[in-house]
Design a protein around this ligand. Structure first.
Ligand SMILES: [Mg+2]
Length: 433
């Protein structure tokens, strides 16, 4: 492979724009085009949508100040399960292009695309933009993307044209970019270090890059700063911390109920968790190929079981069938239980279907029409409007508890919605095997 002088190593950095707020806008179309802020539960913005930033809202701003500045701002609570599902999808999309991907943070990753030009019949700039387009098309959110000969340079580049920008910095262009980067905003340079740099007359990244090896030694700069200095001079030093794509991640659902030893009631409670977790997986376009279910006794001890499927799934009936067969190895008759839970693991995108299991896939796909219909009805009329017959006791029990709670407490604002849900509770009584 001939050495590429612009990119002896081609490292791309992807940084999602307004990540949490963007995910909220993708999940709820009513929020699109609006100033949306996450962090409602904290009292301060953890993320501000692109529209909100244009109005002057910023991360860390108190919710009160934001309402004052922008009365129409929509403030939502953080939903970290959804954010991490989007993050995992981002990593796995990048991995479709190269196995060398570093999951740097929930909304950032690095990818090493060195040597892939002939495979994709395009330049490194072309490959980086291909991935950027894929991320946007698949996730519905935009990314700031930077390309450079090292992680340090790529990370500088991705910030330069946000939102949705793409900035390539080939080796020869590094000095011209560094002159505009304040030393304190360099990745890896903290507040107190930047203060020390300033005292030494180092104000920009370029000032630092132009120092000599002797100067670094003289001022006792430790290895991390030396690594940054080398990368500012075009070297590739900071390795990518790549992890294998074993699709780590999970969707968990658990609930506490009035203690019971009734097997039927327990199984129904568990079924409701399974339905909930699977509905969440489908909303995010993912499936899980292994699961865990557990029961929690009144004495707060847990018993559970891990199970695997032959292919990734999001149809609750498949998990119910599997768990039904193993339920009695966990459930002890006569024991009082107070909670149950279900977790979906080994999460992958629903598009990632293994071709050698085609027969199995076809069987599952043919059943999914029904689930799709359930999803659209539930979206229209509220969660659990239509549910599996096996969950019915748990769902109606819940409604009963809500009615009792309501009798005790004053009516709440969103009661109309709950009542709507209550009056059209339709259990689906078909195919539960
Ligand atoms: Mg970001």
């Amino acid at each position: 492979m001939p050495l590429n002088r612009s990119y002896p190593r081609a490292i791309v950095h992807f940084d999602a724009d307004s990540f949490f707020a963007s995910v909220e806008q993708v999940m709820n179309h009513n929020l699109r085009g609006k100033a949306v802020v996450t962090g409602g539960e904290r009292g301060a913005a953890t993320s501000v949508s692109i529209e909100g930033k244009k109005l002057g809202l910023y991360r860390g701003m108190s919710l009160r100040d934001m309402k004052k500045m922008c009365p129409d701002v929509v403030i939502v609570s953080s939903d970290y399960t959804s954010y991490s599902i989007f993050a995992r999808r981002m990593y796995s999309i990048a991995r479709e292009f190269t196995p060398h991907v570093e999951e740097y943070s929930i909304d950032e990753c690095f990818a090493d695309i060195t040597g892939l030009r002939s495979q994709f019949h395009t330049s490194y700039e072309g490959i980086a933009q291909l991935i950027q387009k894929r991320l946007h098309a698949e996730l519905g959110i935009t990314f700031g993307v930077g390309l450079g000969p090292s992680k340090t340079i790529a990370k500088i580049a991705s910030k330069l044209n946000k939102p949705a920008g793409f900035t390539p910095i080939p080796t020869r262009a590094i000095p011209s970019v560094l002159s505009d980067i304040p030393i304190g905003s360099l990745w890896g340079v903290g507040y107190s270090t930047s203060f020390k740099f300033e005292k030494l007359g180092v104000h920009t990244a370029l000032d630092f890059a132009q120092k000599t090896d002797g100067w670094l030694k003289e001022h006792g700069l430790a290895k991390p700063y030396r690594d940054i200095w080398l990368e500012l001079n075009g070297a590739f030093v900071r390795k990518l911390a790549t992890t294998p794509d074993d699709s780590i991640g999970s969707i968990l659902q658990s609930r506490t109920f009035t203690p019971t030893n009734d097997r039927r009631v327990l199984f129904s409670q568990l079924a409701k968790n399974i339905e909930g977790a699977c509905a969440k997986a489908r909303r995010h376009g993912v499936r899980g190929s292994s699961c865990r279910f557990y029961l929690k006794t009144q004495e707060f001890t847990y018993a559970g079981k891990n199970l695997s499927m032959s292919i990734p799934l999001s149809d609750p009936r498949e998990f119910l069938r599997l768990i039904e067969a193993h339920f009695d190895s966990v459930y002890i008759p006569g024991t009082m239980y107070r909670a149950s839970g279900f977790g979906l693991y080994a999460i992958t995108s629903e598009h990632a279907i293994m071709p050698d299991l085609f027969g199995e896939t076809v069987r599952v796909e043919s059943q999914s029409k029904l689930i799709e219909t359930m999803d659209s009805l539930n979206q229209k009329y509220g969660k659990h409007t239509l549910h599996l017959g096996v969950s019915h006791s748990a769902v109606t029990n819940e409604d009963q508890r809500q009615v009792e709670r309501r009798k005790r407490s004053r009516p709440r604002m969103h009661m109309s919605l709950e009542q709507k849900r209550k009056t059209i509770n339709l259990p689906y009584l078909g195919v539960v095997r």
